[in-house]
Design a protein around this ligand. Structure first.
Ligand code: FES
Ligand code: MG
Length: 583
């Protein structure tokens, strides 16, 4: 290491590679097995590349190629790239729910970063939970961080038309149930949906999290929407590799970039893109890690002035390829103009406004103007409260039927999603178009892991009558690719002593979106009389969860959805002080 260079001496990796004696020997010697020279240890920034590639997470399977491009960039800029694997979370394969493991993945990333000789990190994720998990972990460590997502897949194509991830699965399966599509056609559609490497093509959770991460200022401008197989994906990855080296020199850690303004921007961008309701949970958790005050109600209040600009499924017509053609997120940010705080800082070292000042919009049919939006302001997220959701619940209005957003009807309550599935096609199901379908015990503690079961299939009896949407209520989540009048994230959840546990069949439930209410007219005294003792005192949440292993730890410590469903002992920053080591 060159002597007398203060910045280099203070570099974190110097506490490993700059050491004399046997510890320095041990830290360095094994790395010579890569065939490199001692220049690895001359004080260059050491850059971690956190790679969540996995055959079990098909959306992330190509991230090895992205990592190669990042490495190229790091080397070009004079850094030392160190790629390492992280846990990966594949939305389509994991059971009971990938969400059960988001916080585990965040722990993996956090502990790996802190325990190793890293000065900065590039996070490579894609599939829904992988990006928030990596960001949560990295924010708790607070080393210079750039996010590079894997990018969306090419549009699915079926019978000459574009079909969207998730969204068309729900559409087709309803068509099969309604007898308008054969099983054979359904199976052939299956092979046409995922045409290439990359994550979901709709504005589901993966695309949403890529966009809100860019809006937060944690990824390079324009990077969120570039298709996985576009050469531009490798180009931006290479640029990120170059940029992270400079960020280490500049000491540009997330705590110097992210503040309340960044999160407000992310919440507003989520509304403008018609983003997933899952962004609510993930952004709350990320803000918790960054020690920025962000509350559930902010999602309603901040989104109220933001029109829906991006015409993508499930709220609109197009897919991520068209969004990329249009110019990507910078076009949206520029169009949002003074609705955002353009002075928020980003990884480029410039502000969000500076990054996007000249962003073109090549497809005004995809990224619409504020004068001619897809939907008027206030059509995105509403936060509901009431005696069924004292700590809040969420509804995505752009996915809901306007005529159902003010509705009172009798509850039909199911204790598990399996119970609902077994009953939904029965001709004896006591259901009318007015029925409010409730599935509880699908929250973080109850399931466990808060699965995406909220967009309950419409009962066959109703489908036969031509009913396509009904009010549904759950303490679980729904896929970002779903639609319907679905009240989600009810907090506290039934299994944590929430009042949803006390609801009975036939109780009248009112959804009043304009009034922001989710209520039952069952009087408080009657509800109190129904409450089992442990339910009033907090149910499962206040007891050690039964069993052993991760699920038990998770259930004992998970926070409720209204604060992001992080583990209670993981919120906040713990920094990157060099841990002790002795030989
Ligand atoms: Fe991975 Fe949708 S399943 S992004
Ligand atoms: Mg999803």
């Amino acid at each position: 290491m060159p002597e007398g260079d203060k910045a280099v001496e203070q570099r974190r990796s110097a506490a490993w590679f700059g050491l004399d004696g046997k510890l320095g020997f041990v830290h360095r010697s094994k790395l010579y097995n890569r065939g490199g020279s001692g220049s690895m240890f001359d004080g260059r920034p050491v850059i971690g590349i956190a790679n969540s590639a996995s055959d079990l997470a098909p959306c992330n399977a190509h991230l090895g190629q992205v990592a190669e491009a990042v490495k190229r960039g790091v080397l070009m800029a004079g850094g030392v790239p160190m790629e390492f694997p992280t846990i990966s979370l594949g939305e389509t394969l994991m059971r009971p729910s990938a969400m059960l493991f988001r916080n585990l993945m965040a722990m993996d990333v956090e502990e790996t970063l802190r325990a190793n000789p890293l000065d900065g990190v590039v996070l490579l994720g894609g599939c829904d939970k992988t990006v928030p998990a990596q960001v949560m972990g990295a924010l708790s460590v607070d080393l210079p961080t750039v996010v590079v997502t894997g990018g969306p897949a090419l549009n699915g194509r079926f019978r000459g038309e574009s079909i969207g991830s998730g969204t068309h699965v729900w559409k087709f399966s309803e068509e099969v149930r309604a007898g308008r599509m054969t099983q054979c056609e359904f199976r052939s559609a299956e092979a046409c949906l995922s045409r290439s490497a990359g994550h979901c093509t709709t504005m589901g959770t993966a695309s949403t999290m890529a966009c809100v991460t860019e809006a937060l200022g944690l990824s390079l401008p324009g990077s969120a929407v570039i298709p996985a197989v576009d050469a531009g994906r490798a180009r931006i990855a290479e640029q990120a590799g170059q940029r992270i080296v400079a960020m280490v020199e500049e000491g540009l850690a997330p705590s110097r970039l992210l503040d309340r303004r960044s999160f407000e921007n992310a919440v507003r961008v989520n509304a403008a893109i018609g983003g997933s309701t899952n962004a609510v949970v993930h952004l709350l958790a990320m803000a918790g890690r960054a020690e920025v005050a962000l509350a559930l109600d902010d999602f309603d209040r901040l989104a109220a002035s933001v029109p829906l600009l991006v015409d993508l499924m499930p709220s609109g017509r197009f897919l991520m390829e068209e969004f990329h053609d249009a110019g990507g997120l910078p076009a949206v940010i520029r169009e949002l103009g003074d609705l955002l705080d353009r002075d928020a800082m980003t990884v480029t070292g410039r502000t969000l406004g500076e990054n996007c000042a000249d962003a073109p919009n090549w497809r005004p049919d995809v990224v619409r103007t504020r004068k001619d939006p897809v939907a008027e302001p206030g059509s995105h997220t509403a936060v509901l409260r009431g005696n069924l959701a004292p700590d809040g619940a969420v509804i995505k209005l752009s996915a809901a039927s306007p005529q159902l957003t003010r509705h009172t009807g009798p509850a039909l309550v199911f204790d598990t999603i399996e119970d609902y599935d077994a009953a939904k096609d029965s001709p004896d199901l006591p259901v009318t178009p007015d029925t409010v379908l409730v599935v509880r015990n699908a929250g973080p503690v109850g399931y466990p892991g808060m699965p995406e079961i909220g967009n309950l299939a419409i009962p066959r009896k109703m489908l036969d009558q031509g009913v396509r949407d009904m009010v549904r209520v759950t303490d679980g989540r729904m896929s970002g690719t779903s639609y319907g009048t679905v009240v989600l994230h009810v907090a506290p959840e039934a299994a944590a002593g929430g009042p949803l546990a006390l609801l009975r069949d036939g109780d009248r439930v009112t959804l009043d979106v304009p009034g922001r209410r989710l209520e039952t007219d069952v009087p408080d005294e009657e509800l109190a009389a129904r409450a089992p003792k442990d339910s009033v005192s907090g149910g499962l949440r206040n007891r050690p969860a039964p069993g052993s292993g991760w699920a038990s730890l998770y259930r004992s410590h998970v926070n409720q959805a209204d604060t992001g469903a992080d583990l209670d002992f993981l919120t906040g920053r713990r920094g990157h002080a060099v841990p002790r080591r002795h030989l």
